[in-house]
Design a protein around this ligand. Structure first.
Ligand SMILES: [Zn+2]
Length: 282
C-alpha cells in the first residue's frame, strides 16, 4: 500500500479493510499463543501449536483464526476436550479493531506513513496489556520491552508519524520520549510511594507507558495517561458503589485503563487534539 492508492474507489477501501481484518485475525492468533505460553515460560517461537490437553500437533487447517473455533465448535479434533472461547474472541477483537482502524484511517486520510501502521501496533499492544493485567494483574516485561523496541523501529520506518522526514531523527525522538516518560513516571512512583506509603504505580505500568510513548509519540502518551487515570477513577468508583464499599484505588490493574486510553487516542485523535484543553497536543 502506498500513497498512490485511491481510496475514493469503494472496492479499494473494501480490499484494504478486509486485508487489515485478516492481518488482525492472524496476529490475534499469535497473541493467543503468547497469552498461554508467556506465563508458563514456554517458547513462543520454536514450539509448534499443540493441544494443551492431548499434546497433539494442530494441523494448519485446524489452526485458522476465528474459523477453526467455529468449525470445531471449540473442541480439539483428537481428544474432543473443549478449549477456551478466549481464542475466538481475541482473534475476532484484534481483527475487528484493525479493520475499524483502517476504515477510520481512510476516512481521515491518514496515510500509512503517518499513523496507520504505528496505530495498529499500539492497538495490538493494548489488547496484550489489557489481557495480562485482567488475568494476571501484571504486564510481563517481555511484552513492554518488545513494544518499546517496536515503537523505535516503526518510528524509523514511518518518520512522518513523528512529524520529521529523517528516520534517525524519528528514532531518536521515539527513544528520548520513551526514556523521558519512564524516568518521569519512575520518579512519580517513588515520591507517591513515600507519601501514600503504598505502591501508586506498578513497574509494569511505567514500562507500558514508556512503550506507548515510543509507539504513539509523547503527545499520545500524555493523553493516554490522562485518559487512563480518569478511566481508573471512574471505573473504580462505579465498582466501589456496586460493591457498597469505600473507594480504594487499586494500583495493580492500570493496564486495562491504559488500553482504553490507547483505543481512544487511536480512533479519536483528530477530535482530541481539536479540544481546547488539549491544544498543546496539536
Ligand atoms: Zn487434544
Amino acid at each position: 500500500m502506498d500513497m498512490t492508492v485511491d481510496f475514493s474507489i469503494p472496492a479499494v477501501r473494501w480490499i484494504v479493510e478486509c486485508g487489515f481484518f485478516l492481518i488482525g485475525a492472524s496476529l490475534g492468533s499469535f497473541l493467543n499463543v503468547c497469552f498461554w505460553r508467556i506465563p508458563r515460560n514456554e517458547s513462543i517461537v520454536t514450539t509448534p501449536s499443540h493441544c494443551t490437553n492431548c499434546q497433539h500437533k494442530i494441523a494448519w487447517f485446524d489452526n485458522l483464526p476465528i474459523l477453526s473455533f467455529l468449525i470445531l465448535r471449540g473442541r480439539c479434533r483428537h481428544c474432543h476436550t473443549p478449549y477456551s472461547p478466549r481464542y475466538f474472541f481475541v482473534e475476532l477483537t484484534t481483527a475487528l479493531l484493525f479493520a475499524a482502524f483502517a476504515a477510520t484511517g481512510i476516512f481521515f486520510n491518514w496515510t500509512p506513513e503517518f499513523f496507520l501502521i504505528p496505530g495498529c501496533a499500539a492497538l495490538y499492544f493494548a489488547i496484550a496489556i489489557a489481557w495480562f493485567d485482567f488475568r494476571y494483574c501484571v504486564i510481563p516485561r517481555g511484552v513492554t520491552v518488545t513494544a518499546f523496541v517496536a515503537g523505535v523501529i516503526l518510528a524509523g520506518c514511518f518518520p512522518r508519524h513523528y512529524g520529521v522526514f529523517k528516520s534517525a531523527e524519528a528514532m531518536f525522538l521515539a527513544t528520548a520520549g520513551g526514556i523521558g516518560f519512564y524516568l518521569a513516571l519512575a520518579l512519580f512512583a517513588q515520591i507517591g510511594k513515600r507519601l501514600a506509603r503504598r505502591e501508586v504505580l506498578g513497574g509494569g505500568d511505567i514500562k507500558a507507558a514508556a512503550a506507548i510513548a515510543t509507539l504513539l509519540t509523547w503527545k499520545g502518551a500524555f493523553f493516554i495517561l490522562f485518559a487512563a487515570t480518569l478511566t481508573g477513577v471512574i471505573s473504580g468508583s462505579i465498582l466501589a458503589i456496586a460493591a457498597h464499599r469505600q473507594f480504594k484505588r487499586q494500583s495493580v490493574a492500570f493496564g486495562i485503563d491504559l488500553a482504553v486510553g490507547i483505543v481512544l487516542w487511536c480512533f479519536a485523535k483528530e477530535a482530541i487534539v481539536a479540544l481546547p484543553v488539549f491544544c498543546a497536543l496539536r
